[in-house]
Design a protein around this ligand. Structure first.
Ligand SMILES: Cc1cc2nc3c(=O)[nH]c(=O)nc-3n(C[C@H](O)[C@H](O)[C@H](O)COP(=O)(O)O)c2cc1C
Length: 192
């Protein structure tokens, strides 16, 4: 089988799937939500989370004003909400009203927390840097909202209870296949 080699990244979906999440923000009493696929954990101590957001997004404007953001992880049953907030602009509409989004109260910030999320982070902005056409925003996690029954006693997502949302690119969504789950002890496998 031949591999094609090029310098052109095209639509940049080769390394997907990614976990889809919803970033929330508020400022001046205006709340908003947008979908992100470019995001990751960065540090345990302090707990840091990074999201890559285009400065064109209304959400980016709200985050720079308030210096806070939320990261919400939704179950597969909520993919239509993920497509809705990722396909609409908060300057033109109130997404919370239009998409009938239920909220939980934040505890350490003023960011909206989505009721449907099985886990959500409240973050305080600690860095905002330009990387090409996106901004890399780093937040310190100051509160975690977690649906207890969605996690095993070891704090791993219980796939009997929650189907996480994966994004493949080109508006294609999928979830995990429970029958592919394997346990491979790294101490055993690390010995070769
Ligand atoms: C599945 C999906 C993933 C997305 N990932 C990102 C992302 O990581 N960063 C980004 O800036 N925009 C991303 N977007 C686009 C924004 O969600 C979209 O432009 C949204 O309308 C911005 O809303 P706002 O202007 O109200 O903030 C994604 C959209 C979808 C549907």
């Amino acid at each position: 089988m031949a591999k094609a080699i090029s310098e052109d990244i095209g639509v940049f979906y080769h390394h997907y799937p990614k976990l889809a999440a919803i970033v929330t923000a508020q400022a001046r009493g205006k709340e908003n939500a947008m979908t992100v696929a470019w995001h990751t954990s960065l540090s345990f101590s302090p707990p840091l989370y990074g999201v890559s957001i285009s400065p064109k997004r209304f959400t980016y404007q709200l985050i720079t004003e308030s210096r806070e953001f939320g990261v919400n992880f939704l179950p597969f049953e909520a993919i239509e909400l993920i497509a809705s907030v990722g396909g609409s602009g908060g300057r033109a509409i109130d997404k919370f009203h239009r998409f009938n989004i239920a909220k939980d109260e934040p505890v350490k910030t003023k960011v909206p927390i989505l009721k449907v999320a099985y886990v959500a982070y409240e973050c305080q902005l600690v860095d905002d840097r330009e990387y090409g056409d996106h901004r890399w925003l780093v937040g310190e996690i100051v509160a975690v909202h977690r649906l207890k029954e969605a996690f095993t006693p070891e704090d791993v997502i219980d796939l009997d209870k929650v189907n996480p949302v994966l994004y493949l690119g080109q508006d294609i969504y999928l979830t995990t296949a429970k029958d592919t789950v394997r346990y491979l002890d790294r101490k055993v496998y690390g010995k070769g």
